[in-house]
Design a protein around this ligand. Sequence first.
Ligand SMILES: [Zn+2]
Length: 227
Amino acid sequence: MLHRALMLGSSVVLGAITTIALAWACAAWVNPARVASTFTTQTTSANTLMGVATQSRFGHTRVNRATLVNFVRDPDTGAVESIGIRADATARSEDFTGWPCRSMVCINEGEITLQLNGAQMQTRLTGTPGRLGLLQLSPWPGGMSCWRALPARPVLVGFAIDTSIYAAIWAGLLIGFGSLRRARRRQAGLCAHCGYDLRGGRPIGEATQICPECGAADAIVATGSRP
Ligand SMILES: [Zn+2]
């Protein structure tokens, strides 16, 4: 039972490590700025208009949001005629990374880019330090909305789901490896549990039932063929 608990624990730890490693890999190598952003507006409780631009690729979603000022649409065509960003604390750029669920997040309060109809608006806030997660990397090549960092904070639900998935995969691998090793040992006339040589000078088919090394009584009957 201790063996089972140890294996379950190892699987969960390995699952969490895999989740973090994948989230960092997506943060470092999947550039969300290479896809066009989806732009929406929301009216906040303070009755201001918030612009939200989302870019999403495999394992990496970037959400830029900022309070809009002088936002004017043509009443007939809906085309945006003028727009501006207010550089205050409501402006932020968030990176959610990980796969299949987004498991980690970091927030940049210093560089916010809204894309709209191919045009880009960017604001760089001063005075507010950018919270760039664990480690800031060199920005993506090519202009705006290209900041890059390794996230440090888990997104609780996504982290739990991803960790469960990878823990299950690791448990399967560990169980498979364990049974393969036991089968090999039995074939060789060794104790399936500890690997002690049970033949003791006897031919393989007549190995003892009780392992003198670890005391295991089950599943140690060697099955090799006699000459
Ligand atoms: Zn043994």
